[in-house]
Design a protein around this ligand. Structure first.
Ligand SMILES: Cc1cc2nc3c(=O)[nH]c(=O)nc-3n(C[C@H](O)[C@H](O)[C@H](O)COP(=O)(O)OP(=O)(O)OC[C@H]3O[C@@H](n4cnc5c(N)ncnc54)[C@H](O)[C@@H]3O)c2cc1C
Length: 400
């Protein structure tokens, strides 16, 4: 594959760099560099900055506000954002539910929902998993029973990422049990989180963060017009969405940024100790990761090229998900190793911009490596666990 850049592509890359120099809010940049968590407002401000340049809905068709970029432009854009350590966009609206709405939704739904996703004025979350249904998602039991012009929804969704901030949730629900296969009778509906009967309960994860939630639905009345596509076809739509989600999870550009950080760290003496570049074993581990990341990068480029000519990302998104998250977690482990015992203390009060640099334990980012390590155990679980991705590859790629 030839990835030499044309003059136009170099000009595009420079334009992205210029944008990041001038439009990436300085306080958010500092927070990212100093490992200070972003607020809801920070994330929205960043997304609005991207949208004001028309660069938020990278993959959408142009008619709905997408960029119309080539795969190479998308690749360059992702790389420049990662090199600037810019925040990830929150995927649930722009990368997940929007493609389902513009592909399977009706005109009224496109008009109603897409503009607010584009402007980040409405925050979405994803209601797929349930306490008894994760890997075996088709066994889900949240019910939506038709009652006149409404569905009445009862059940519980779990692990709902950033659901505490959400205005709307897209859900897979069971509209019929009278089916031959459990994948039938599932529908895809959109629920306003302010509807009476919706409640959000936090789940605190191992690193002490509130990122995920349990969401309860008790006799929640949802207008029938919030059904996307055909009743009973939700499994088909949900699968398309998961393939998009898995492709996004690979995070190649971000891993490249973190690998470069690891190299920098290894080249420096940490608080008077010997630099890790003098440790052949450690350097070998970095080299192995570098090779794996390069291979992954080419697989991602192939998928981007296929999506660009109108294909949905197919089962190859499972390869990307597995290898992408394995590389991320290997990086987490090496970064913790490189931080040494400075990765041990948990000092939540130092993760604010105002905390005096002189009082920081480590350089801030060293102590946060273990937080990231624990938080990112999720990467091989969400979007369908890596074991399940291997089953998909066995069935749909190897034909076993
Ligand atoms: C931090 C985090 C955020 C998440 N965010 C969301 C979200 O926003 N919205 C949402 O809907 N869901 C979300 N999820 C849920 C996620 O998709 C599920 O956790 C995942 O699908 C696994 O389901 P489970 O947790 O029920 O585990 P289980 O399905 O109970 O699996 C337990 C273990 O058994 C293995 N296993 C299960 N079945 C098989 C099999 N057939 N073959 C081989 N191994 C198998 C799994 O790989 C896993 O290791 C999130 C999860 C996490 C951890």
């Amino acid at each position: 594959m030839n990835i030499d850049l044309t003059h136009e592509e170099v000009a595009f890359r420079d334009e992205v760099r210029q944008f990041l120099d001038t439009e990436y809010p300085e306080d958010i940049r500092r927070k990212r560099d100093e490992s200070v968590p972003l607020t809801r407002d920070d994330m929205i401000r960043w997304q609005k900055a991207l949208n004001s340049r028309g660069w938020f809905a990278v993959n959408w068709p142009v008619e709905y506000g997408g960029t119309g970029w080539t795969p190479v432009q998308k690749y360059l854009f992702a790389n420049e954002l990662a090199n600037a350590n810019a925040p990830h966009v929150v995927p649930f609206g722009v990368k997940m539910v929007a493609p389902i709405i513009y592909t399977f939704g009706n005109e009224a739904q496109k008009k109603r929902f897409l503009p607010d996703i584009l402007s980040s004025d409405v925050w979405w979350c994803q209601g797929y998993s349930e306490p008894g249904s994760g890997s075996d998602l088709a066994s889900l039991s949240t019910r939506a029973i038709r009652d006149g012009s409404h569905y009445v929804v009862n059940g519980t969704k779990t692990w709902t990422t950033l659901g505490q901030h959400a205005d709307w949730i897209f859900c897979l629900v069971r509209t019929s049990s009278d089916v031959a296969r459990k994948q039938e009778g599932i529908s895809f509906i959109l629920i306003d989180m302010k509807t009476p009967g919706v409640s959000v309960k936090p789940i605190i994860t191992i690193e002490g963060d509130h990122e995920v939630n349990e969401i309860h639905f008790e006799n929640v009345r949802v207008p029938v017009e919030n059904l996307v596509g055909e009743e009973g076809k939700g499994w088909t739509y949900g699968k398309v969405l998961l393939q998009h989600e898995r492709t996004n999870i690979a995070g190649v550009a971000n891993s490249q940024y973190r690998l470069n950080k690891l190299r920098d760290r290894a080249g420096q003496s940490l608080h008077g100790g010997e630099p890790l570049v003098n440790d052949t074993n450690f350097v070998r581990k970095i080299a192995m990761l570098d090779i794996e990341l390069k291979a992954l990068e080419f697989t991602e480029l192939r998928t981007l090229a296929s999506v660009a000519v109108g294909n949905a990302p197919g089962p190859e998104s499972s390869f990307l998900k597995i290898r992408g998250t394995e590389v991320q977690q290997a990086l987490d482990a090496l970064l913790v190793e490189a931080a040494g015992y400075y990765a041990l203390p948990y000092v939540p009060q130092q993760y604010v911009l105002e905390y005096p640099a002189a009082d920081r334990i480590g350089e801030g980012s060293e102590t946060s490596t273990s937080l990231h390590y624990f938080n990112n155990r999720k990467a091989s679980i969400y979007g369908g666990s890596n074991e399940i991705q291997k089953n998909i590859i066995a069935k749909h790629v190897l034909g076993l």
